[in-house]
Design a binder for this molecule. Structure first.
Ligand code: NAP
Length: 494
């Protein structure tokens, strides 16, 4: 192994420069790629070089898996309280270093620094929560069916976990996986997105300082196909946890089938945001802004479609447009920025293509609609009305700062439109009628529903989707299930 402890020179305003790493973290060591190949990471706001990370492949991934396999034996044999103590320290270190983690995150991802700090807190909350949950990983005693038998169910760690994560939440998407995994007694090898690997490496540095034993948590950066190929082929890996697009999720699940790995998939969405005539319109506008424009529209639970009832439609369009023009677009490092740049040119092109398709078919722009005068990957926060189910933005995730507004007349029609998608992650409903809130919640085909709220994510509730939005749940008391296996013991008393 090619090891390294060298720090890269940086202009980032960091208190602790040793959080910015240029090597992978394998078996407790900072490691370069065997080939020596490196990839540069650029700030999407300024295009400046932020850092460099190794381009690893199968060999380094195999090393990481092997070390995770060996490390897990001792880690899982310890008590839950011992693991909780280490996780608690990791959580505290994340909060102590919140500002530096947020600076690294914003520099490679672009989101406003305020949102980055929130993500660090949100990400850390999973480590705290699952450290505590580890102590409640109960088994069961089943009333016996025979006088001389006793039936017991144990919950045991599933084994080495491979995690592949996206760029939109570079910290939280990792901690949602590693916290339950490590709490349950598993070890993990994580491949972060090539857009945002520096946040993952900073997390690894803090894991090291917290006393996570070598091999228990590993980060391998580099070639997705090679790393993902080894992760899904290797028999020592017993579970894959993936967050990203549906297309990649389906591919990885298929690759895992040959070795029958357990799979958790957190995939794409197409969230409807339904506003009924009886809604508190100002609350709906506030919810719409947070649910649509957080992270410049690049969250999986982002509203993708606003479905607004005819009686309130025109007022909603007007009020939403007034709120949207006030969103300050700029470099995420500035404290007053509300909306940063999109992650890359490909993302901008997708947003443009969706808008062009909608306009061609009769939709009308109320505000925004084009690249921002700041240039680069900045895009104007956009409201577009007269959108119909024939348009691309009705079916596909736009993943950008575009609020398309559809009109409906009846509750039945709203439900039919909301469910007319292959995705089923999140939905939002604004109404004062509690009977309707229950009816719609029960009939809507999503894993999560916000009633009169636009922000629903928390470590204490189960996060996940149905249909093509995924398999499994992250966070909450249910979040440990995906990282454990049940073992049934039948004891004869003779
Ligand atoms: P993506 O293109 O699917 O990539 C996600 C991760 O998978 C990246 O690390 C990527 O690395 C890797 N990857 C891609 N192809 C691979 C392969 N063949 N083998 C192994 N790894 C591979 O998704 P994204 O654009 O980064 O993320 C945005 C998507 O994630 C959206 O659809 C969003 O809705 C979804 N998301 C879902 C949730 C949720 O909880 N449901 C949360 C956040 C985001 P490379 O970039 O190197 O290919």
């Amino acid at each position: 192994m090619n090891t390294s402890t060298q720090l890269i020179p940086t202009t980032l305003p960091l208190q602790d420069r040793s959080l910015l790493r240029d090597a992978c973290y394998i078996n407790g060591q900072w490691v370069k790629a065997n080939s020596g190949a490196m990839q540069s990471i650029h700030n999407p706001a300024t295009h400046e070089l932020v850092g460099r990370v190794p381009i690893c492949g199968e060999i380094e991934t195999r090393d990481a898996i092997q070390s995770a396999h060996l490390a897990m034996q001792e880690w899982s044999a310890g008590t839950a309280a011992e693991r909780a103590k280490v996780l608690r320290r990791w959580y505290e270190l994340m909060l102590e270093n919140m500002n530096d983690l947020a600076v690294i995150l914003t520099s490679e991802q672009g989101k406003p620094i305020i949102e980055a700090r929130s993500e660090v807190k949100y990400g850390a909350s999973f480590i705290e929560w699952f450290g505590e949950e580890a102590k409640r990983m109960y088994g069961d005693v089943i009333p016996t069916h025979m006088k001389d038998r006793r039936l017991i169910v144990l919950r045991q760690p599933v084994g080495v976990v491979a995690a592949i994560t996206p760029w939109n939440f570079p910290i939280a998407m990792i901690t949602r996986k590693c916290a339950p995994a490590l709490a349950a007694g598993c070890s993990m090898v994580c491949k972060p997105s090539p857009e945002t690997p520096l946040s993952a490496l900073a997390l690894a540095e803090l894991a090291h300082r917290a006393g996570v034993p070598p091999g228990v948590f590993n980060v391998v950066t580099g070639d997705a196909i090679k790393i993902g190929g080894e992760m899904t082929r290797n028999e020592l890996v017993r579970k894959l946890s993936f967050t990203g697009s549906t297309r990649t999720g389906v591919l990885l699940a298929t690759q895992c089938a040959a070795t029958l790995k357990k799979v958790s998939l957190e995939l794409g969405g197409n969230a409807p945001f339904i506003v009924f005539d009886d809604a508190d319109i100002d609350a709906a506008i506030a919810g719409a802004i947070i649910s649509k424009f957080r992270n410049s529209g690049q969250t999986c639970v982002c509203t993708n479609r606003f479905l607004v009832q005819a009686g309130i439609h025109d007022t909603f369009v007007e009020k939403l447009s007034h709120a949207v023009v006030k969103l300050k677009v700029g470099n995420g490092m500035l404290e007053d920025t509300i909306q940063g740049p999109l992650i890359n040119q490909h993302a901008v092109e997708k947003v443009e293509a969706h808008i062009a398709d909608a306009l061609k078919q009769g939709a009308r722009i109320i505000t925004g609609g084009k690249r921002h005068s700041l240039g680069g990957t900045y895009f104007e926060p956009t409201v577009i009305k007269d959108v119909t189910s024939a348009m691309r933005m009705a079916r596909e995730e736009t993943f950008g700062p575009v609020a398309p507004i559809f009109k409906f007349s009846t509750e039945a029609e709203a439900l039919q439109m909301a469910n007319a998608t292959e995705f089923g992650l999140a939905a939002y409903v604004y109404t004062k009628d509690m009977g309707r809130a229950w009816r719609v919640t029960e009939q809507i085909e999503t894993g999560m529903v916000g009633i009169n709220v636009g922000l629903i994510s928390t470590e204490i509730a189960p996060f996940g989707g149905i249909k093509m939005s995924g398999i499994g749940r992250e966070g909450s008391k249910y979040g440990l299930d995906d990282y454990t296996e049940l073992k049934y013991m039948c004891m004869g008393l003779s």
